[in-house]
Design a protein around this ligand. Structure first.
Ligand code: X2W
Length: 287
């Protein structure tokens, strides 16, 4: 039964839907890769809301791909098992014992939790990792980091097959190597960028826990060209954890992604705000 709650502005709700039409038309059939980081996954409500946004995207004809992280969940499990872990330049030093935990946590717990959340919202999701159908094949990124992978070959046909079937792919950033039985731990942003590049995606949305890329006075830049981003990395305006994110963005654009948005995943309905409103969200990087 319909609610007749007069405290809610139903007319505004209807107007919002009406105003979203041009955006829905613009993105019909588009491929949108969404990186969902471990820090953005926090509580059950945030997970359900994220899943709902993804299901809505699919419902209006977008082909979303979720690529997730899970750094905090890996940390928890490593602590429980008494395995020490450290990061070098934003990437986890990954020995044999660690890569086994990374694969278990990401492809097991985290991946299935997201798949389940999408199913709970009435969508259809299938979870896979970079190993499935050789989606993402890696080489060692840096000998100092152990089994950390750098994607060198992408086979995204399996994702297109899932799109055709109306299924939302949910990808864990664990990859196979060139040698038999190799497993690589891939940074979630790196994996999302490589997948977006391989699909020539229309949008790569990097959901983080900051409001976007900030200029020298601390204001969020709403739009930037790749050249501007490079200059800001060069002069130190972009620093710390924003460096790997912006570098991922630049590489993705080089590989043919039309635009990358770095946005705050903690903002309610962040993906919808970015895709379906004039306002947008976070920092848009586009040639
Ligand atoms: C990451 C993979 C997970 C990830 C790790 O081991 O933590 C590397 O650092 P977030 O939640 O997106 O940070 N891999 C190589 O990227 O998680």
């Amino acid at each position: 039964m319909k609610s007749r709650d007069m405290n809610h502005d139903w007319i505004a709700t209807a107007r919002t839907l009406s105003e979203a039409l041009p955006f829905m038309q613009r993105y019909a059939g588009a491929v949108v890769v969404v990186k969902f980081g471990g820090n953005a996954m926090g509580d059950e409500d945030a997970m359900a809301e994220f899943a709902r946004d993804i299901v809505l995207m699919r419902q209006v004809g977008i082909n979303p791909v979720v690529v997730h992280g899970g750094g905090p969940m890996i940390n928890d499990m490593l602590t429980k098992l008494g395995i020490k872990s450290e990061f070098v330049r934003g990437k986890r030093v990954t020995d044999k014992a660690t890569v086994e935990v990374v694969e278990m946590v990401l492809t097991g717990l985290v991946n299935k939790r997201i798949v389940q959340a999408i199913m709970d919202e009435g969508g259809r999701a299938v979870g896979l990792s970079g190993k499935d159908d050789d989606l993402m094949v890696c080489e060692a990124d840096d000998p100092e980091l152990g089994f950390v992978g750098r994607p060198v070959e992408m086979n995204p046909q399996v994702l297109r097959d899932l799109f055709k079937a109306g299924i939302i792919p949910v990808v864990a950033p664990v990859a196979t190597g060139m040698q038999p039985n190799e497993t690589f731990n891939v940074n979630g942003d790196t994996a999302a960028g490589a997948i977006a590049g391989a699909l020539q995606a229309d949008r790569l949305l990097l959901l983080t826990d900051v409001s976007g890329v900030k200029d020298a006075s601390g204001n969020v830049m709403t739009a930037m060209t790749p050249e501007e981003v490079s200059a800001m990395i060069e002069d130190g305006t972009i620093a710390g954890g924003m460096i790997p994110k912006t570098e991922t963005a630049l590489k993705a654009i080089e590989e043919g992604v039309r635009a990358v948005v770095i946005l705050d995943g903690r903002v309610p309905n962040a993906c919808l705000l970015e895709l379906f409103t004039e306002h947008g969200a976070g920092s848009l990087i586009r040639p």
